[in-house]
Design a protein around this ligand. Sequence first.
Ligand code: SR1
Ligand code: MG
Length: 403
Amino acid sequence: PSIQPPSTYEPLNENTVVQFVKKLNYFTEDAALQVREIGDGNLNLVFHIVDESHAKSIIVKQALPYAKVVGESWPLTLERARFESSYLQKAAEYVPNLVPKVHYYDESLGLFVMDDLSSHLILRKGTIEGIQYPHLARDIGTFVAKVTFYTSDFYLHPFEKKQLVKQFINPELCKITEDLVFTDPFFDHETNDFPTEIREAVEQLWNDSELRHEVAKLKFQFLTQAEALLHGDLHTGSIFVTPESTKVIDPEFSFFGPIGFDLGQFFANIILSYLSQEAHILSSKERKQYQSYLVDTLKQTWSSFKQEFSKLWENEGNEVYTQVPGTLESFLGKVWVDAVGFAGCEVIRRTIGLAHVADLDTIQDLTQQYQLKEKALELGTYFIKNRTQITNMEQLIQVFYQE
Ligand code: SR1
Ligand code: MG
């Protein structure tokens, strides 16, 4: 279907964005503003606006009426600016220290204004450089636990929950995930992108009917299980970090879905970082240290999530079944199995689908890059097929961790 932006819509440029922010009275009238378009993602324009003399800065993020990564042939609704800013505002109710503050949202221009986080680094860049973030795991575990618990039926009145579900019906962005994460990589589809050298391994995956059946189950869970408000794209490019601070960004894919999806995407991207370190950190001693840090990050993320979610369930659960012994354990068991399966899908799609990760793609030694990509496909397949047998984090880690 063709999507027409409102007639008042225009994509801003470095001149018009300055005129726009001046009207918001965030900067003084006479401020000499410096502006740069810094968007390096797949979808939007991102302007960094600085008033050096008053040490003030801000970010303006504007949706384009198409996907930047592909071009105007892939139309996309501007409403994603609403999903993104509403999610950040919702998350700020529970974890204000873990998201940028939203200052302003403009529907007709498909944009919002938020805190400047340029003191932080994108986590994916940090992990490629081998930097450790001691608070990351606790922060992400807590983030997912709080945002999902407080937007679930375990906490909200069913009327309030359904009202919120309505607000976050996000069909277009969900469709991207349905296609790019759950469908295209498992078929010979034109959006796939992989070197011919690994074609045999990819064809093996396409011919694996057991794998496809399991992915089908995961896709239908994604389509139908409105457990809680999800970020929807929680990879390491959606997290800004310093060693002391974590900020989750880019929730334009937010919607009500299965909680394991956010955790699974995060796990998958940490695991892709683990695999690719073979090429990025050449000293084997330093590599092993960093890989062991990444493994600890996986363990602590899951344990923080579990601990925080359980605490909220016990102290603030409103649904009557939260009081029934065993219900929490069985729900957490479900979230775990889902997370392992979704992690498998994410590992595979980031290797052979449309949207890759720099962790693997920047590996200069192509023989090594292809070997690691094949390993990623094997791992992803194993997670998906064996997710009900991998009952805890120790077992998941054993699948790839060599001490
Ligand atoms: C067309 S968008 C491609 C990918 O970028 C986003 O960050 C999501 O991960 C999406 O799948
Ligand atoms: Mg994004």
